[in-house]
Design a binder for this molecule. Sequence first.
Ligand code: TTP
Ligand code: MG
Length: 350
Amino acid sequence: MRKILHVDMDAFFASVEQLDHPELRGKPVVVGGSSDRGVVATCSYEARKYGIHSAQPTYMAKKLCPNAIFVRGSHSRYSEVSKQVFDILYSICDKVQVVSIDEAYLDVSDLFYSPQYIAKYIKKRVKEEIGLTLSVGISYNKFLAKLASDWNKPDGIMEIKEEMVPDILRPLPIRKVHGLGKKSVEKLNKIGIFTIDDMLKYDKSFYESFMGKFGIEIYDRIQGIDDREVNVSSGGRKSIGTENTLSEDTDDTEILKNYLTEFAEKIEQSLSKKNVSVKTVTIKLKTFDFQQHTRSKTLTHYIYRFEDLKQVAHDLLDEYNLETKVRLIGLTVSNFEDRQQEQLTFFENI
Ligand code: TTP
Ligand code: MG
């Protein structure tokens, strides 16, 4: 039995806005076209209480909650945070399939730790290193894991075990069947099929004639069967990094260097797990006014040892003329190379 996690950020765009603009925290925030002709991309959980939701016309959202704060949002910022989240996932597990800007599947079958433990660990790291919450679904296939991540949102963990199927599936509305499009849902509704229980009354051939080959897959799915693999996203991971928002803005280089030292230690561990070296080291600083600055160095040789990573990071900070206070500091490495080569030389030297 496989162990699959589905990770999905909570109210993603809206949560990033609340992270970057503390005055929005605890408030109904709507991200999307703020003109009346626009639609809602997403909204904070505070706004959902009023009935606001994704894809709803903005004018309707305004009617439901006139006090809601409407923001246009910044896609490049969301991509940046998304990358940070996925970097954490990649540092935990090699089998990560990114499926959208805020969700991914992980196949953790081969990891030593239990899926519950890994789920808690992911949540803790994303909360501590980025400042956001997410929900994790755990099960033995992708369909059930995705269903589970939606179960206890926000900030939830839910596991669907084999013995819970089919009882947990039966009462669900058919729109919860991942893969059933809006049109199919409407068609099925028209002939009196509203829940998975209703769906189960028809056999495989019905779905085959209804939807073709995909119908067979859907038929399996409503019984909790889903053999789809977690496909490691193409290109895989291009960098490893870690960063921290400081508890207090500072321009003290000693404090900042301590952070870089700590990050270099973490990165050394990740590099060792993957058995790779790197050639490019980047430091990132976000100043108190949210301006982001990066400084990067590509070396002529590959490194992976803590001391080397730390040294390059400290040098980069020294070269950077720190004139303003910093609110966030990060360290990233990229340009990977397998360490195999080095090990060979090591053995040859014995
Ligand atoms: P979702 O994961 O569907 O929604 P969410 O993260 O905002 O809320 P939650 O998961 O807690 O229910 O989508 C992720 C992001 O994708 C979302 O923050 C904004 C964007 N999005 C749109 O722009 N338009 C849409 O119609 C939807 C559904 C999402
Ligand atoms: Mg989400």
